[in-house]
Write a protein that binds this ligand. Structure first.
Ligand code: PMP
Length: 358
C-alpha cells in the first residue's frame, strides 16, 4: 500500500486467476483452456495479418468480425459488441447498466467470482441470491415480487464453477419478469452442450448475452469476446468503450477471431471431442467414488465423499497436475477440473487413483 494510490485502490479485491506455472510434464486443468488448438484457418489469417499494415490502427468498429459473429447468431452486426476478452466486456457491462440510482444488481452466491470484483470496482450495490442446495439456479428466485426492481441480473449459463445449465425457457421467464432490469447471461461455456440465449435477444429489449473465443474457439491467448443484444444496449457499451479505449482489439486478433468464427467445421469437431472426453472423465471420476455435477461445459465440478478437496488438489499438484480449488463458502469441498484430451483424462484419473489409495 502506498500514500500515492488513489483512495479506492486499497479496498479493491482483485480477481485471482488460476495459476500459470512452468513445470516439467505439466498437465494444466485449472483454467478451462481447450486441449485442442485453434482453427488452422485462424492461425493462417493471423500470420497473414503480420505485415506492413501493423503500422495502421485497426478498424475500431471491427466490422468484419462483427459480421462473422452476427452470422453465427442470426442477428445484425449492430447487435454485436466486441471486447478484449469477455472479461473486458463484462467490466463495461457493470459500468453501462448496473449504476442506476442505488438499485441492486442480483447475482447468484456461487458464480463467476469476477462479478463481485467488478461490483467492488464500480461500487455496484448488489444482492447475492443463493443457489439451491444442489447448486442449481432456480429462475423463480429472480422473478418474484420485490420492493425495488434490480438494476440488473447477471449469471453465467452454464454456471461457473458448477457447470450446470439453465434451460432457455427459464432465461426467457427471468427477462420477461424484470423488463426494467438488464439481464446479462455470460455464455462463456455454452458451446459445450447448452442452449444459447442469443436466439432470444430480438424478443427482449433487456437481454444481453456475452460470449468468448477463449474456450470453444481455443483462443484464450488472443483475448477476444463479444456481446449480442438489442441495439440500444450495444450503443451503451460502445459509449463506455469509446470513453475507455477505442481500439481494444488489434489487427491480428480481429483477423484470427473472424477466421475462427467462420471455421464451423473445426469448431464442431473440437467441441464434440471435448464433450466426448467429458463423458469419459465423468465416469472415470464416478468409478473413483467422486460425485460429479451434471456439466454442460468443458470442465466438471466434483467432490469426494471422504477426501478433502484441498488435499487432493495438493496431491495432484505434487504430481504436476493443476486443477482449481476455491476456498469459498459452499464450494470448498469441490474441485473444478478442465476436460482435457482422452489421454489427459486417463492420466488424471490414474493419478487420482494413486492419491486415494495412498
Ligand atoms: N466468464 C466466465 C464464466 C469465465 O469462466 C471466464 C474465464 N475465466 C470468462 C467469462 C472470461 O473469459 P475471457 O476474458 O477469456 O473471454
Amino acid at each position: 500500500m502506498s500514500t500515492l494510490w488513489s483512495d479506492h485502490i486499497a479496498g479493491l479485491e482483485p480477481y485471482v486467476p488460476g495459476e500459470q506455472v512452468q513445470m516439467p510434464d505439466l498437465l494444466k486443468l485449472n483454467t478451462n483452456e481447450n486441449p485442442y488448438g485453434p482453427s488452422p484457418r485462424a492461425v493462417e489469417a493471423m500470420q497473414a495479418a503480420l505485415g506492413d499494415d501493423l503500422r495502421l490502427y485497426p478498424d475500431f468498429q471491427g466490422l468484419g468480425l462483427r459480421q462473422a459473429a452476427a452470422k453465427c447468431h442470426r442477428v445484425t452486426p449492430d447487435q454485436v459488441f466486441l471486447g478484449n476478452g469477455s472479461d473486458e466486456i463484462l467490466a463495461h457491462v457493470f459500468n453501462a447498466f448496473f449504476l442506476r440510482g442505488g438499485r441492486q444488481l442480483w447475482l447468484p452466491d456461487v458464480t463467476y467470482s469476477f462479478y463481485r470484483t467488478w461490483c467492488r470496482f464500480h461500487e455496484v450495490p448488489h444482492r447475492l441470491i443463493p443457489l439451491a442446495d444442489d447448486l442449481s439456479l432456480k429462475a423463480s428466485d429472480y422473478t418474484g415480487e420485490t420492493d425495488q426492481e434490480p438494476s440488473g441480473i447477471i449469471f453465467a449459463n452454464p454456471n461457473a464453477p458448477t457447470g450446470c445449465a439453465l434451460p432457455l425457457d427459464d432465461i426467457a421467464t427471468i427477462a420477461r419478469a424484470r423488463p426494467d432490469s438488464v439481464v446479462v447471461v455470460d455464455e462463456a461455456y455454452v458451446d459445450f452442450g447448452a442452449e444459447s440465449a442469443t436466439s432470444l435477444v430480438d424478443q427482449f429489449q433487456n437481454l444481453l448475452v456475452v460470449h468468448t473465443l477463449s474456450k470453444s474457439r481455443s483462443l484464450a491467448g488472443l483475448r477476444v469476446g463479444y456481446a449480442i443484444g438489442p441495439v440500444e444496449l450495444i450503443q451503451a457499451l460502445t459509449r463506455v468503450k469509446d470513453s475507455f479505449n477505442s481500439y481494444p482489439l488489434d489487427r491480428v486478433a480481429l483477423a484470427g477471431a473472424q477466421a475462427a468464427l467462420e471455421d464451423t467445421a473445426w469448431f464442431d469437431r473440437t467441441c464434440r471431442a471435448v464433450i466426448e472426453a467429458r463423458t469419459q472423465l465423468t465416469s472415470g471420476l464416478q468409478q473413483l467414488g467422486f460425485e460429479v455435477l451434471p456439466s454442460q461445459t468443458n470442465f466438471v465440478f466434483t467432490r469426494h465423499p471422504r477426501e478433502e478437496a484441498a488435499i487432493i488438489a495438493r496431491g495432484l499438484r505434487d504430481r504436476a497436475i493443476l486443477v482449481r480449488h476455491f476456498q469459498a463458502p459452499r464450494i470448498g469441498q469441490y474441485l473444478r477440473i478442465t476436460v482435457g484430451t482422452p489421454e489427459q483424462c486417463t492420466r488424471l484419473c490414474d493419478t487420482l487413483k494413486d492419491i486415494l489409495s495412498a
